[in-house]
Design a protein around this ligand. Structure first.
Ligand code: SAM
Length: 262
């Protein structure tokens, strides 16, 4: 067999501890015959454990040098999608049946994958992913903390999020420079129903544009000074605060008043 050289550019830090792999699959709560997507199977350490559940497994792998390894190991026990997961046609791949995602994600594309998962959040029942610990903490963070930002709000808007456990660098080959964490995401049943989602996210993005600035300053990109005064009156939110001080509910109040003023 030809030698396989790992590519850091593709985030190839392979898990080497079977116990951690088993723990990930346990957290994922995969049922028999359930559809599961694995993003980046690598050489297949997690794939093998997932197949133990007798699930219906689809794997997305970008590195063509891994295809013969995966085909030799698993044959037609998996559906291998030989493509960049970000370029795959998710619309055609999802169905009415809910899917689970279980993956040790390539860290360099964590954000675009998360945005894709958000876009298709209704298609999934649970997502169990390993990401950088620092990103996991940002996603899970609460208002009035340094880590809290637009990403936290976006993820918490769509999902109930659980920080499952930390994984140290020595559990990977080669070891990454930072700690990792497994988190699980379950689509929220009580997701706020907003008529004009793009306005809501525009407000959130503008509010966090310069997180050191007061909201009234950042909102100058959206409204004239008179309307900013009215926005404060109508919403009841003190716009001398900074975005990092606001809860989801506060942003919804601002959004509702903003629609009235626009
Ligand atoms: N699941 C294996 C494990 O836990 O040992 C490998 C995980 S490794 C962190 C990430 C995997 O994602 C690699 O196999 C890499 O080739 C693959 N990958 C990187 N970018 C990708 C992309 N855009 N689409 C699909 N797979 C990708």
């Amino acid at each position: 067999m030809t030698e396989f050289y790992q590519k850091k550019s593709l985030g190839q830090h392979f898990l080497k501890d079977k116990n951690i792999v088993k723990k990930i699959v346990r957290v994922a709560e995969v049922d028999e015959n359930e559809s599961v997507w694995e993003i980046g199977p690598g050489k297949g350490i997690l794939t093998e454990e997932l197949l133990e559940t007798n699930c219906n497994l689809t794997c997305f792998e970008i590195d063509e040098e891994l295809y013969p390894i995966l085909e030799d190991r698993f044959g037609n026990k998996i559906k291998l999608i030989k493509q960049d997961v970000l370029k795959a046609n998710w619309k055609n791949l999802v169905s009415n049946e809910k899917i689970k995602i279980v993956a040790n994600l390539p860290y360099q594309i964590t954000s675009p994958i998360l945005f894709k998962i958000i876009e298709f959040s209704d298609s999934f029942s649970k997502i169990t992913i390993m990401i950088q610990k620092e990103v996991a903490e940002r996603i899970k963070s609460s208002p009035n903390t340094k880590q809290y930002g637009a990403l936290s709000l976006k993820m918490q808007f769509h999902f109930d999020i659980k920080y499952e456990f930390t994984v140290r660098p020595q559990n990977f080959s080669p070891p990454p420079k930072v700690d990792s964490a497994v988190i699980s995401l379950i689509p929220r049943k009580d997701k706020p129903n907003l008529e004009n989602k793009s306005s809501f996210w525009q407000i959130v993005n503008v509010a966090f544009q310069n997180r050191r600035k007061m909201l009234r300053r950042n909102f100058r990109n959206l409204l004239n000074p008179e309307k900013i005064v009215l926005l404060q009156e109508k919403s009841g939110i003190n716009l001398s605060k900074r975005a990092e001080n606001l809860t989801e509910n506060d942003f919804i109040q601002i959004y509702k008043s903003y629609l009235d003023l626009k």
